[in-house]
Design a protein around this ligand. Structure first.
Ligand code: NDP
Length: 245
């Protein structure tokens, strides 16, 4: 199956930013969506926008750090639409801070969300994809997976893990599955600087406001990877503002 129309896509981190823009992009092109995030009100607002415009989406409150929640997300796709074509693992948190601040809860949250969360998604979707003999993983990393900038050590490490896990998965996926890494640079979302230490947040927000690209740019890149014919795997996309060094 090529194109986006009719595909069943489960997407985490759909309540704002890149996930929200991706949901709207895919819905406009006829995908059937199962949208996951923790903030139910924000998630429902995205579902409502899509359905008001004639699209198809259902919401599913999930915390990606919980294995059972990802099983519910992929299960909802199969129950409602009979299959799952794509899992977009986009949920993330950019709570960056210098190591000296010892914000160990934030370190744990980034590991749990980006690494354990991704593995929870793989664990939930892979058996479905194997049964169907088709499916696609789209994993959202960051340019931080390629270049570490202070004070983003933990964030960058978890995003580098997303990159490595994605390549490992691709190598084992065989001819029926597709595995795509999408690494955005500065993107204009509310997540930039959220939960970060004061100085880091101020700098991130300054850079975002100066150079960021719109989240629709990342949504288009994800859509491009999804719309390729079955036998074509877009393995890796880095998409960043031209002004980002
Ligand atoms: P947002 O904060 O707008 O979006 C983050 C999304 O992830 C929200 O929908 C949030 O929903 C969800 N989320 C966070 N933690 C969890 C969790 N434990 N379980 C389920 N959902 C969760 O930021 P962005 O759109 O910018 O971020 C999206 C992704 O893009 C992240 O992985 C981020 O690291 C990555 N990225 C962003 C860049 C940028 O400049 N904006 C650059 C490079 C990468 P809720 O709180 O409702 O659960």
């Amino acid at each position: 199956m090529s194109g986006i129309k009719g595909k069943v896509v489960a997407l985490t981190g759909a309540s704002s930013g890149i996930g929200e823009a991706t949901a709207l992009h895919l819905a406009e092109r006829g995908a059937r969506l199962v949208l996951g995030a923790r903030r139910e009100k924000r998630l429902n607002a995205v579902v409502d926008r899509i359905t008001e415009r004639g699209g198809t989406a259902v919401g599913c409150v999930v915390d990606v750090t919980r294995r059972a929640d990802l099983l519910r997300l992929t299960g909802a796709a199969v129950d409602r639409f009979g299959r799952l074509d794509v899992l977009v693992s986009n949920a993330g948190t950019m709570a960056v801070s210098p190591f000296d601040e010892l914000r160990q809860d934030d370190w744990d949250a980034m590991v749990a969300t980006h690494v354990t969360g991704l593995l929870n998604g793989i664990g939930a979707a892979l058996p479905v994809f194997r049964r169907q003999r088709s499916g696609q993983f789209v994993n959202v990393a960051s340019t931080a997976a390629y270049v570490v900038k202070s004070p983003q050590g933990v964030y960058a490490a978890t995003k580098a893990a997303v990159k490595v896990l994605t390549e490992g998965l691709r190598q084992e996926s065989g001819p029926d599955l597709r595995v795509t890494l999408v690494s955005p640079g500065f993107t204009d979302t509310e997540g930039v600087g959220k939960g970060a230490s004061a100085e880091a947040a101020a700098e991130l927000v300054r850079q975002r406001d100066a150079i960021a690209m719109p989240p629709s740019a990342v949504a288009s890149a994800i859509g491009y990877a999804i719309e390729q014919p079955d036998g074509v795997d877009i393995s890796e996309i880095v998409v960043r503002p031209t002004a980002q060094g």
